[in-house]
Design a protein around this ligand. Structure first.
Ligand code: LLP
Length: 410
């Protein structure tokens, strides 16, 4: 198995395991798919930093013209550190922004605050007035559109905590005209993540487009429509997944809804740009039988990749150098002391022995970004492959790193 021309086995030897490996070339290909599909419309791609916030990736995307969707002051500092020139291409989402975070972003003169409640808008107006800085804002509306996905990552229904009910938006935009330091820049929407059909995006956009037209009648012209992120990938059959067609259909469904509107389209893709470009490489420690079950125990655990435990997510697992022999049904599990610490259950896999390497695929998004130090396990290193060149972009943590913030012994 390779990442581009680079052998995964050689990376495991050089950098150790568990190891996250990413392909820069594939990430940029994905970015290009969006750029191409959007060539007829004024647009801005704001990579959702939460999907994978490695500084090196942020720099890579910024160098290729992307902006960023952030959800915290920490993510803002990441953008500032990796690509300060891209701060004016930042949109700030999130339902619980603090005054400190608002101040930080006002100072950075970001492109737009994606405001999720009236109370947040009032606080933004207050902070902006204090700092005498204009705040461009977009209301994040909740369109009440159902998108088929895992309940934990669905966000566009009125029962979810996200956004402002779309029926209230017009009134709030009108009222905001009285606020000297606020500037209505756009409107935003995000209906969920890992959405596999274009239809709900079109439905949400149709509702947003209606609002944009109503506001234009009120004399409130919006410059941008932010459709959020959420475009899904095929975790089960990655090799026959047609990424280009998926992006085209997605854009077309939104273009249909936006017909005739001269607005800039902002997108916040996360997973679609980085998930399939990344794998988690891990080594088999033990193979053991308990009753009728066979467990393959790897040196990576749920702290390194929590998606299977948290969302029952399916990740393809492949032996890096497959052995001959019959496939058998196994559970692939980590060393963490929880029964939820699994990567696959009842999976048919080629024979595996201690010392073998396996790659857990499509782990570039929400893998390292959601990792933790549970069980006092230092986090993996990360390697970025560009052409033939493999570069470590994050060193493996040490236990000394883990103890650094602790004070209890003095
Ligand atoms: N914009 C906003 C406002 C978001 O909340 C999200 C993701 C995105 C953009 C990017 O969505 P994407 O294009 O990556 O679907 N940890 C979960 C996914 C959580 C998504 C949260 N919000 C997972 O591993 O499946």
């Amino acid at each position: 198995m390779h990442c581009g021309p680079v052998r995964l086995a050689s990376l495991a030897e050089r950098f150790g395991t568990p190891l996250y490996v990413y392909s820069a070339d594939q990430m940029l290909e994905r970015l290009t798919l969006f750029e191409r599909a959007l060539s007829d419309r004024d647009h801005l791609l704001c990579y959702a930093v939460k999907a994978n916030s490695a500084l090196a990736l942020l720099r890579l995307f910024a160098t290729h013209g992307a902006g960023f969707d952030i959800v915290s002051g920490g993510e803002l500092e990441r953008v500032r550190t990796a690509a300060p020139e891209a701060l004016d291409r930042v949109v700030f989402s999130g339902a619980g922004k603090t005054s400190d975070e608002l101040d930080l972003a006002l100072k950075a003169e970001i492109l737009s605050f994606q405001v999720e409640s009236e109370a947040e808008l009032a606080l933004l107006a207050q902070r902006a007035a204090r700092m005498r800085r204009r705040a461009r804002f977009s209301l994040r509306v909740n369109p009440d559109v159902f998108a088929e996905t895992h309940p934990y990552i669905s966000t566009g229904l009125s029962e979810h905590k996200f956004g402002i009910p779309i029926a209230q938006a017009r009134r709030i935009y009108r009222a905001a005209r009285e606020q000297r330091w606020l500037e209505a820049h756009g409107v935003s929407v995000h209906i969920g993540s890992q959405i596999r059909s274009a239809e709900p995006f079109g439905a949400a956009m149709a509702r947003v487009a209606r609002l944009v037209r109503e506001l234009a009648e009120d004399g409130i012209p919006l410059h941008s429509v932010d459709a959020g992120g959420g475009l899904g990938i095929d975790y089960e059959d990655g090799s026959s997944f047609d990424a280009a067609a998926t992006v085209r259909e997605y854009i077309e469904s939104m273009e249909t809804a936006l017909a005739g509107l001269k607005v800039r389209l902002v997108l916040e893709p996360g997973r679609f740009l980085v998930a399939q470009s990344g794998a988690l490489l891990t080594r088999v420690l033990y193979v053991k039988k308990n009753g009728r079950k066979t467990f393959v125990i790897t040196d990576a655990g749920m702290n390194d990749l929590i998606r299977p435990a948290l969302y029952q997510a399916w990740h393809e697992i492949v032996p890096v150098e497959p052995r001959r022999g019959r496939r058998s049904t196994v559970d692939v599990v980590g060393p963490v002391c929880e029964s939820g610490d699994f990567f696959a259950r009842d999976r048919r896999l080629a024979p595996l022995k201690p010392g073998d390497l396996v790659a857990i695929l499509d782990a570039g998004a929400y893998g390292m970004a959601q990792s933790s130090n549970y069980n006092s396990r230092p986090r993996p290193a990360e390697v970025l492959v560009t052409g033939r060149n493999a570069r470590m972009i994050r060193r493996r943590e040490t236990v000394t790193d883990l103890f650094a913030p602790e004070l209890g012994l003095s």
